[in-house]
Every structure is written in C-alpha cells, then in structure tokens.
Design a protein around this ligand. Structure first.
Ligand code: ZN
Length: 163
C-alpha cells in the first residue's frame, strides 16, 4: 500500500488523454491499490489515474466510503436529467464551483479482473462518474464551472466532496 502524489492543476499530465488498459498486470493491480489508498487518504470520492501521473483509463470512485468501484476503460452509455451543484477536485485543492451534470448515468467498465460490468448512479455518484471520466480525456471541472471558482473555506456549509 502506498500513497501517491496527487498532481495539481497546472501539471501538464492532467491535460493528456489516457490510454486503454489492455491487460491486468501486477503493475496495474498495484496502481489500483495505490489509487484507492490515495483517494481515501485525501478524503476524496473519486480519483483518476492521470491524477497520480499515470495515463491509463482507470478511475476509482467511492461515494459511500464503504465499497469502491474500480472502473477500467469506462464509458458512459446512458444519461438522463440534470443536477446543478458544487463540485470539487483533489487536483484543484481548496476550490469549488457550480457545475451542471446529468442526474442519472449508466456506464460500462471492466473491474479489476477485467470483467465487464454496468454501473448506474444518480446524484453524487452520477456526478463523480462524469467528473472522473472527463479526467481520462484530459479535462478538469474548472472548464465547466458556472460563474466563479470559489474557496471552500468561504462556504458556510461543509458538504463539499472532492473528486
Ligand atoms: Zn477531479
């Protein structure tokens, strides 16, 4: 188990497109374990491989703190509705902004055994899936923010989650 260094906005690696994972190897397995450790250590609800400097199409998401989704080569196959709310990112520390996302998302991905599965989510899980998959394309939520980026410390309530 190892905590990896989270890359921050301004780091070029966050603007690059990630590559498909073709097979599970000990190195990929270790990367996934480290991504989970790094996400939990940072109190995040999601993390993409590019955020730890690795350009592979892998994300981990856990909005409950109990049961992480490991998504390899994920793609969204269905989305519906709309939600507008605060979003944050472990690569943009201390900041938050308003982003509109679908309220429902269905995606397909491979798990850590390279078996395909479907994942369906609403609200925060749908938001996290959209956010993380954009990292794989080299995009950050700040490109989508409606209005100004804000400091988390300026907000009154503490319900921000970072992805
Ligand atoms: Zn993020």
């Amino acid at each position: 188990m190892a905590i990896r260094n989270i890359r921050e906005i301004g780091d070029e690696v966050l603007t690059k497109k990630c590559k498909e994972v073709k097979e599970m190897t000990p190195r990929v397995k270790e990367l996934i374990e480290d991504m989970l450790d790094t996400m939990y250590e940072a109190n995040g609800v999601g993390l993409a491989a590019s955020q730890v400097g690795i350009l592979k199409r892998i994300v981990v998401i856990d909005v409950t703190g109990e049961d992480p989704y490991i998504m390899i080569n994920p793609r969204i196959i269905q989305s519906d509705g709309e939600q507008t709310g605060h979003e944050g990112c472990l690569s943009v520390p201390g900041k938050t902004g308003i982003v509109t996302r679908p309220n429902y998302v269905k995606a397909v991905a491979l798990n850590e055994n390279m078996e395909e599965y479907e994942i369906e989510g609403t609200e925060l899980l749908a938001r996290a899936i959209c956010h993380e998959l954009e990292h794989l394309e080299g995009h950050l939520y700040v490109e989508r923010v409606e209005g100004e980026l804000m400091n988390v410390s300026d907000l009154e309530d503490g319900e921000e989650e970072d992805e």
